[in-house]
Design a protein around this ligand. Structure first.
Ligand code: 5GP
Length: 201
């Protein structure tokens, strides 16, 4: 049995490197809920806090859900190589600060990024050992009803996100693992088994 947090084989004295897991999937599939449940199940996993130029939604806390930055600061971080990946999504910019992810992995903690498809592809190129997990809805209809029911965006934005979602789902074959989110707890438990798989497995 491995110690799943440190990736150490008891008695072997050899530390396997913990893994970076990218969780992707279309808007409305429930990524945030599944990742929140994952955090509850295993608080020692490192969850990246992205920077974004998107304005905060009601209830979102700067530094917890995202670091909310203006475009100039985002561009500076990208230009100076501070972002592991970055992408434009539905008119806003999003990126993963590199240093905290590298520090978490170096300290022996598995790390999780919850990002969209273009970013997942960049991580695959930059860190080929990263594991890519796609979260998918139980059906297209379920995704449509979740996106229209959220009520935080106007119709035009929902339509735009559905169009992007179609492209994202079509990229399933690029992912190492596909997890169906029919139920948040079950999906989070399944995802956890992948997050805790270190690179020696
Ligand atoms: P939302 O605006 O709904 O919070 O996020 C929109 C999309 O951006 C989601 O698919 C989310 O996973 C993705 N996203 C969040 N942070 C990042 C990031 O740092 N990089 C990339 N590439 N996508 C991100």
């Amino acid at each position: 049995m491995n110690d799943r947090l440190t990736g150490r084989e008891p008695g072997s004295g050899v530390a396997a490197r913990p893994r970076l897991t990218v969780v992707s999937g279309p808007s409305g599939v429930g990524k945030s809920s599944v990742v929140a449940e994952l955090r509850r199940l295993h608080p020692a996993v490192y969850f990246s806090v992205s920077v974004t130029t998107r304005p905060p939604r009601p209830g979102e806390v700067d530094g917890a859900h995202y670091r909310f930055v203006d475009r100039a600061e985002f561009d500076r971080m990208a230009a100076e190589g501070e972002l592991l990946e970055h992408a434009e999504y539905a008119g806003n910019h999003y990126g993963t600060p590199r240093a905290p992810v590298e520090a978490a992995l170096a300290a022996g903690h598995p790390a999780v990024l919850e990002i969209e498809l273009q970013g997942a592809r960049q991580v695959r190129r930059a860190m080929p050992a990263a594991q890519l997990v796609m979260l998918v809805p139980p059906s297209w209809e379920a995704l449509v009803s979740r996106l229209t029911g959220r009520g935080t965006e106007d119709d035009a934005l929902v339509a735009r996100r559905l169009a992007v979602a179609k492209d994202e789902l079509a990229a399933e074959a690029e992912f190492d693992v596909v997890v169906v989110n029919a139920d948040v707890r079950t999906a989070a438990a399944e995802l956890l088994t992948w997050v805790l798989t270190d690179m020696s497995d």
